[in-house]
Design a protein around this ligand. Structure first.
Ligand SMILES: [Zn+2]
Length: 330
């Protein structure tokens, strides 16, 4: 038998399995895994559904020719309840009701990280009898529990660039859109206003609030200067550039991140990348000092950010806090 030469030489292909490596007297388990591979697959009988999403911005379901049940997505060509009577493709409406309260994914695997934070829940679209799993977003800033719950009316939104996948579409609460947008079929993400979320209002500061603010701000300044001088902390924001306007009860300031540099300035930034509203400045101070994560404060609604996708930046601030504390321990 002739052994065919592989495209990738054997010596470059690691053994699948694990081994133990000893570092400073401690055992570490090392596992060889494959990251991913490429493959072709067909959407088969689902092709019409995905082509309708991609090319026509229409949502299709299948209707049983006997009992009339409408399933969305159209995952059956024959109805199991009616002795396998054939189903036919029909179009359903692009507004629906949440069938359940969606859990929110803040920390996704690398495959889905570019989409997080996102909600994932099931929607019954008007004209359908079954629920469809879909990603959920909000235009009101960071996606937190309570914005979308069971029973919330949602609107189907199409990505501007579509390839014929479930990720071509997502939903936002209908209440966030003008009626004409709700009525429009094939509404695209670029037709929605993502830039003017409603900022939470802050209570008026008392003299005590202002005093506390000044004290905390001085502490934060010192901490951020520490971060700026710390090599490990700087690594967490390498290649990252953001201007963050921070509003608290006692006053406002800005945190500027510029490829490893971080600084706190008391001036108002003319066009910040995003706005952070944090009633009590100590919530942010504690996070930067590594006394509780800032990401947790965002999820728990103690800190609000104006752009959902900037959760990523919050995550980097947490890493800076962690790196700074760790490097000081050594
Ligand atoms: Zn049927």
């Amino acid at each position: 038998m002739i052994k065919k030469k592989k495209v990738i030489d054997e010596i470059y292909i690691p053994d699948v399995g694990s081994q133990v490596e000893l570092i400073d007297g401690k055992e570490y388990l090392i596992t060889n895994d494959a990251m991913y591979t490429f493959f072709r697959r067909t959407k088969g009988e689902f092709s019409a559904f995905f082509l309708a999403l991609k090319n026509e911005k229409r949502l299709l379901g299948c209707k049983c020719t006997k009992c009339g049940i409408v399933r969305v997505p159209p995952f059956l060509t024959h109805c199991p309840d009616c002795n396998f009577a054939p189903t036919e493709m029909i179009e359903v409406e692009q507004v629906g009701i949440m069938n359940s309260t969606p859990p929110i994914t803040y920390f996704a695997t690398s495959l889905f990280q570019h989409m997080a934070p996102y909600g994932r829940g099931r929607v019954i679209f008007k004209g359908a009898d079954t629920a469809m799993s879909i990603n959920l977003y909000t235009t009101t800033g960071i996606l937190v529990p309570g914005i979308i719950t069971k029973g919330t009316e949602v609107k189907l939104i199409f990505r501007d660039e579509r390839i014929g996948e479930m990720t071509d579409v997502f939903c936002v609460p209908a209440v966030e859109l003008a009626q004409e947008k709700i009525n429009k079929n094939g509404l695209q993400e670029s037709e929605i206003d993502w830039e003017t979320p409603q900022e939470p209002l802050l209570p008026v500061a008392s003299e005590e609030d202002s005093n506390q603010y000044r004290k905390a701000l001085d502490e934060m300044k010192a901490l951020i200067e520490d971060m700026n001088r710390n090599e490990s902390a700087r690594k967490a924001i390498a290649g990252w550039k953001r201007g963050i306007q921070v509003k608290t009860r006692g006053g406002q300031f800005a945190i500027m991140i510029d490829d490893g540099d971080i600084k706190l300035t008391e001036s108002v930034v003319s066009s910040p990348d995003f706005i952070m509203v944090c009633d009590d400045i100590h919530t942010l101070l504690d996070g930067l000092a590594y006394r509780g994560a800032i990401t947790d404060s965002v999820i728990n609604k103690k800190i609000w950010i104006s752009k959902n996708m900037e959760f990523n930046t919050i995550f980097k601030l947490d890493r800076m806090a962690r790196f700074l504390v760790r490097s000081k321990k050594v």
